[in-house]
Design a protein around this ligand. Sequence first.
Ligand code: SF4
Ligand code: ZN
Length: 735
Amino acid sequence: MSKIIASAAIRGAHKIYNRAEEMYKMALEKYGPDQEVGFPNTAYYLPIIYAITGIGVSKIGEMGKILEICRKLIPPPVKERTHLPYLAPALDAGMATFFAEEIIESIRYLEEPNLYLANSEDVTETNIWLGAANDLIFRKRGVEFVDGTAPGFAAIVGAAPDPQTAAKIALELQEKNLYVFMCAEHEGKRFAEQLIESGTQIGWPTRLVSFGPDISAAVFAIGFACRVAMAFGGVKPGDFRKNLIYNKDRTYAFVLAMGTVTDEWYANAAGAINWGFPTIADTPIPQVLPTGICTYEHVVSNVPHDHITQKAVEVRGLKVQVSKVPVPVAYGPAFEGERVRGEDIYVEMGGGKTIAVEWTTSKRMEEVEDGRVEVIGKDVTDVPPGSRLHFAMVAEVAGRNFQEDFEPILERQNHHLINQAQGVMHIGQRDIAWIRISKQAVEKGFKLEHIGKIIHAKYHQDFGAIFDKVQVKIYTDEEKVREILEKARASYEHRDNRIEGMTDEGVDVFYSCVLCQSFAPNHVCIVSPERTGLCGAYNWLDCKASYEINPEGPNQPVQKGECIDEKYGQFKGCNDFVFKASRQKISSVSFYSLMVDPMTTCGCCECIAAVLPMCNGIMTVDRDYLDITPCGMKFTTLAGSVGGGAQTPGFVGHSKYNITQRKYLKGDGGLLRMVWMPKRLKEELADRLKKRAEELGIPDLIDKIADETVAKTEEEVLAYITEKGHPCLTMEPII
Ligand code: SF4
Ligand code: ZN
């Protein structure tokens, strides 16, 4: 602990102790040792003292031994510059401070019977100080700390610069479902009074609890936490270690020091650190950054008011809970399968007609402001019904424990998260996203920013454990969208390439993915190192990371088991798994074939491959190619006929990346069977195609593969490949 803080905390502890001793002597004289003392209607005596020492103080006479403990705990006063290498002396001084303050406050209950309202949840016109919670209030409110309704509390000490700032901070804390416990004053002002002045309703029902006018009322907050551990955590009185640890791990509390930090405040701040509750100050007091007792930093100072809530939440490691998805339309799984068609479309993005790209990427903690959503460019309200927009959405995620590997997992959720908004349809992922927003949704006030709000709320709800903050930027301006597209593609490539070099033989476990069962109820992807999920967004590593994050989730390990057929890639373990996961619809799947038991396809595959019998080869088409292909169907028609989760020999859905993976349709002859691809797809994959072609001993294979510029029908493909001497012409018959 900073030596300056430590010496100030110790000085503060001495001052508070002296005051407690004085009051004790006075009370002993005036009321005698048998006079009952305590906080009203509680079985927990003076709760901090009770929780930590096991001593239930109920009479004035019993206070003597507590003061004696305090004297032992508080180190002798230290000079300003004395070096204190350990936290311990200041922590002890802080603990003694709380004991002394409980003595002070309990004697005040005797001396100033009207100071606190004592048994009321609400403040009154003439008194706003609620004092210690009685057991009735405590039980009702304390249980919320356990069942998750309230993650913890912010203990606000002092006052904001003005009532508006106070109201804003209080609201931010309320939105995080935190209780706000208030005490002490700064330059004659108090936070609770400021809230009243700003017209904010305070009291237990709004979670804005005005404990008391002085710093010593901080014990009502800490005492509350101690009681939670004893009442709901089964921690025995006197088991101080367990009480401190229980609160450190389960009660997300912190001190917001607003205003001049006095020696007494320091003493209280040091005390709070014992429970793992850090202090965040708006003044430039020395910081105590090295972590140790608190989850992260102990004291962070000079934080501007518009960042103080966010900072506190971050320092305390509080996971943000967003209980409601803030959109003007209904939201829930019930709307996931809903379509938005023709006349109903207000605006459409992607789907091959405009660019639509979604990218989730990680940033440093200080670069992300949680919950911030920006729309850069035209929004739905700026265009007439029936319009198209380009669309790029970047979700920037930060977290102390966030790993780059989690990016694709979050990103892949966008599809079903956005789809759950009524009147919004979402298909695809990555750079083949496709979004429609209905007229009805726009009428209700749905705008692009709400897509960002959905992402913020749902990422937190579903994946709060792996990240801390997310902000969303949505671009609709073509130039900007293209810029993002490029960055996103570089990132997809980087993700895809991580799997390079891994083989199916090299692992015993594949992973399932049933994320798409909400659309194709019998569909299950089995993802192996050499067969990336057909949506292109999940490779084996992603599924593995997803399983680690959420062991009950959509990606389960599948033991490969015995290899039944090496050529087609059939494994006993996988077949058994698929049989169950497809609800007994599919009993065997080949990993490397479209002719024999091909894997099923859901609606979101990047490409669909089809056999071209006349050519003795196969073709593949990606979603962005809108024309009829040589197999006689457009992509959409193909997707419609093979994409429902059924097995359709002769066709298979796959990712773009998979085309250049070594096992791609190996059972049917692999890449050497490829006779037609859209030109753009060929160009996109050119480098990797070339590399694979060289490995296969036909370096100019890519020139032998036809595209729409040379062949639109199967006959034209045949003519082209014959002229080029395509290797498939001499391979064994595919049918
Ligand atoms: Fe998972 Fe397959 Fe759907 Fe991709 S296509 S999300 S891998 S089930
Ligand atoms: Zn799918």
